[in-house]
Ligand binder design. Structure first.
Ligand code: SAM
Length: 255
């Protein structure tokens, strides 16, 4: 197990004692980094709710929602029909077992293409999301719909996290993300959180360019052990890359 923590006691307890017991596909590495971001948002006075598309059994959702501050809530969307209808009850049970009170979240059984931004806003306690994880259908049109839904309800200093970026099984999703960035030039990929494994793939963390400074330096310093210093370039923005085992290829300058 990678030795990484969010610094938020409830989230770290869950990461250490509950995370692996909830079936799911997101990495613990990414959950710790996102948990840290949520803790830091609270410390910076960024107030907003938390949302996720594609909660499945709740593995990542619980980690995020345990970081809610007073007065905030979490909304989790899923069709809750895969691999069978019992998944909703499993989700509810996992939340309860891992200390997430029923009053803190809404499990919304819906197809996100049928959800308007106004309908979502009405169910967010503060009316805006400070952290939004998108992990629903991995196709061009559904991801575009999900990105626009999230975009419409975001806190100006909030973070959109996108799962399964650069995944070998979904290589064309990057086109959907580039289209989104073209439609919203105020947004940048602030950080790439690299994969742990083929089923715990990389995430992009997206925010407004004018909010990126709130996160970049802090992430670079807090997670210095995981910093791939070469970084990445997306649309001219220098993107922070965090990876479980950073290293550079050896180059034989003298040979
Ligand atoms: C890969 S799983 C999510 C894994 C979970 N986020 C985790 O980290 O463990 C994708 C989920 O998205 C849900 N989903 C797919 N398309 C959806 C849609 N249009 N609206 C709502 N949920 C959807 C599926 O039912 C499935 O449970």
């Amino acid at each position: 197990m990678i030795d990484i923590a969010s610094g938020h006691p409830a989230i770290d307890r869950y990461l250490n004692e509950g995370y692996e017991s909830v079936r799911g596909m997101s990495s613990r590495f990414a959950a710790a980094i996102c948990g840290h971001i949520i803790r830091r948002q609270s410390e910076m006075g960024i107030k907003g709710d938390i949302a996720e598309i594609g909660t499945f059994e709740g593995r990542f959702f619980i980690a995020l929602a345990l970081g809610l501050a007073a007065g905030e809530n979490a909304v989790g969307f899923d069709l809750f029909d895969w691999p069978n209808e019992r998944v909703l009850q499993r989700f509810i049970d996992h939340c309860a077992r891992n200390g997430l009170e029923a009053s803190r979240y809404i499990a919304w059984k819906a197809n996100t293409r049928d959800i308007s931004a106004d309908a979502l806003r009405a169910r967010l306690n503060t009316g805006k999301a400070r952290f939004f994880h998108i992990d629903g259908e991995h196709e061009h049109l559904p991801l575009s719909v999900d990105l626009e839904l999230a975009h419409a309800v975001m806190h100006p200093q909030g973070i959109i996290a996108l799962d399964d970026m650069l995944h070998p099984g979904y290589p064309t999703l990057i086109i959907t993300v580039m289209d989104y960035l073209k439609r919203h030039p105020e947004m940048v990929v602030m950080c790439v959180v690299d994969r742990e494994d083929i089923v715990a793939a990389a995430k992009f963390l997206i925010c407004r360019e004018d909010a990126a400074h709130l996160y970049e330096k802090d992430l670079m310093e807090t997670f210095a052990r995981f910093h791939y210093v070469v970084g990445a370039d997306i649309n001219g923005h220098f993107v922070l890359v965090l990876t479980p085992r950073p290293r550079l290829a050896e180059v034989g300058w003298d040979s």
